[in-house]
Design a protein. Structure first.
Length: 196
């Protein structure tokens, strides 16, 4: 199964973290949470890009704190659901495309991604693209899963992923010239806060 089919199927199965009850939302925060949001240093003047907006779980917390959120996701059904979930916000735009291939016509003050990097085989290229899209003194917040499996096992199928490695990610970020100003662990993730 490919990534698009996987996430489209999650929507078909009504698997939507945005609509989770509070205990499940608290569980999802073990990858990012409020400290992740606070690390973005958001103000009402900042333009923000979310790589892998999903159904809008994090964007709903970010949008009230910034000028604009642009969310990109590869799954058409996920983007459709995010538009429904985030319909109360007038400062969110959506792009259904592969981040690696999409040509952006703007740059951003903040770029963030949580639980998405595992889908990029060429992580080095992905991090360099983030750096190119980030304004001077911009912030990049990245949460990578600690799981080192090559697959997400959904019991009735497996999805091939490219596990994230702490040392490699540190190297890729450093090679761009971004400074890692904070790095910490959550229960399930390693989090990088970077400054361009």
């Amino acid at each position: 199964m490919n990534v698009v089919t996987h996430y489209d199927k999650l929507i078909d199965d009504d698997n939507d973290p945005f609509r989770d009850p509070p205990p499940l939302r608290k569980y999802m925060d073990k990858w990012d949470g409020q400290v992740f949001i606070d690390s973005m240093r958001l103000t009402r003047t900042k333009k923000v890009l979310e790589i892998g907006i999903g159904t809008g779980r994090i964007a709903a917390k970010v949008a009230p704190l910034c000028l604009k959120v642009l969310g990109i996701d590869i799954s058409p059904k996920t983007i459709k659901r995010a538009k429904e979930n985030l319909s109360d916000f007038n400062n969110i735009e959506f792009i259904c495309a592969n981040f690696s291939d999409y040509i952006f016509d703007e740059t951003f003050d903040v770029i963030y991604s949580s639980l998405t990097m595992m889908h990029f085989e060429n992580k080095h290229q992905t991090i360099f693209k983030v750096n190119e899209l980030l304004n001077k003194n911009g912030i990049f917040c990245l949460s990578i899963d600690k799981n080192s499996s090559d697959y997400i096992d959904m019991s009735d199928y497996k999805l091939k992923i490219y596990p994230d490695n702490l040392d490699d990610m540190t190297k890729y970020i450093t090679l761009t010239g971004m400074d890692i100003i904070n790095q910490f662990e959550t229960d399930f993730a390693y989090v990088f806060i970077c400054l361009k």
